[in-house]
Design a protein around this ligand. Structure first.
Ligand SMILES: [Zn+2]
Length: 73
């Protein structure tokens, strides 16, 4: 009566974002702090090295809305 799941292999999503450095928006504290965390998380020599977290941070930076940017001249 073993209930086996067919999905036993770990899923590795190779996200192209991972290799790409996020571009924080200048003057945005949120982006800059996330970028600092991203650099730590994407640095294999850092104690905070965490590639999947780095990907999350990169996505967060890219998706961070900056409505005020449109009105800036
Ligand atoms: Zn931002």
């Amino acid at each position: 009566m073993a209930l086996e799941t067919t999905l036993r292999e770990p899923i590795h999503l190779t996200d192209p974002l991972e290799a790409e450095a996020p571009q924080p928006v200048r003057g945005c504290d949120m982006c800059e702090s996330r970028f600092g965390q991203w650099r730590e998380a994407s640095n294999p020599r850092s104690t905070a090295y965490d590639p999947s977290h780095a990907t999350d941070l990169a996505i967060e930076i890219k998706r961070h809305p900056h409505e005020w940017k449109k009105t800036a001249r």
